[in-house]
Design a protein around this ligand. Structure first.
Ligand SMILES: [Zn+2]
Length: 193
């Protein structure tokens, strides 16, 4: 596979490149090339767990099962999985396509052979959560403690203590793309007889 040219990653607090119009991100998991040190069950559970924090933003992270479609192939199917087809220095990019502010596809690719992930599975989980953030349209944050920070492991934070939940700032940046939906007022709720 030819590697698409990557723009140098930058921290910015600009809004994301787009959003899922229905607030649903439906994705499948491809278990191929999972890290040898993880069981198949643990690898899949880790992926699913890492997607969950974004539900707090009001986006449904809908897991649609296992697939053999390769992550990184632009086929209008959202696939998260493992890949060695990336520059060595990358932990895991998110690739996709968007049109007129709408996301059409987002594939999450995680490099399975990094020793740091085996030493610190928490770092791996945080990297995956970060990539799912890109998958729903977020860009990088300039704040070091955010999940969406450019550096997954900020200086001074031991990988064993990395936060796995979204910060208030992560959530605010996500809500800029997916504004909180107003709850219906009590007098608007109809009672069914
Ligand atoms: Zn990133």
């Amino acid at each position: 596979m030819a590697w698409p040219a990557l723009a140098a990653p930058q921290a910015s607090d600009k809004p994301g490149p787009g959003a899922w119009p229905t607030r649903v991100f439906t994705w499948r998991y491809n278990p191929q090339h999972a890290p040898a040190w993880l069981s198949a069950e643990a690898a899949q559970a880790l992926m699913q767990r890492a997607a969950e924090p974004w539900a707090a933003c009001g986006v449904q992270m809908q897991f649609a099962g296992v697939t053999d479609l390769p992550p990184g192939k632009m086929d209008r199917s959202n696939v998260a999985g493992w890949s060695l087809q990336m520059p060595r220095q990358l932990r895991g990019p998110t690739l996709g396509q968007a049109k007129a502010g709408r996301l059409l596809e987002r594939d999450v690719l995680i490099r399975p052979d990094r020793r740091e992930f085996e030493r610190f599975p928490r770092l791996l989980q945080k990297v995956i959560t970060h990539e799912f953030g890109h998958a729903i349209g977020l860009t990088h944050s300039s704040r070091c403690d955010d999940v969406m920070t450019l550096a997954a492991d900020c200086p001074k934070v031991h990988p064993r203590q990395l936060p796995l939940e979204l910060t208030a700032h992560d959530l605010a940046r996500c809500h800029a793309i997916y504004p909180p939906q107003p709850q219906p007022k009590p007098n608007e709720i109809k009672n069914t007889p």
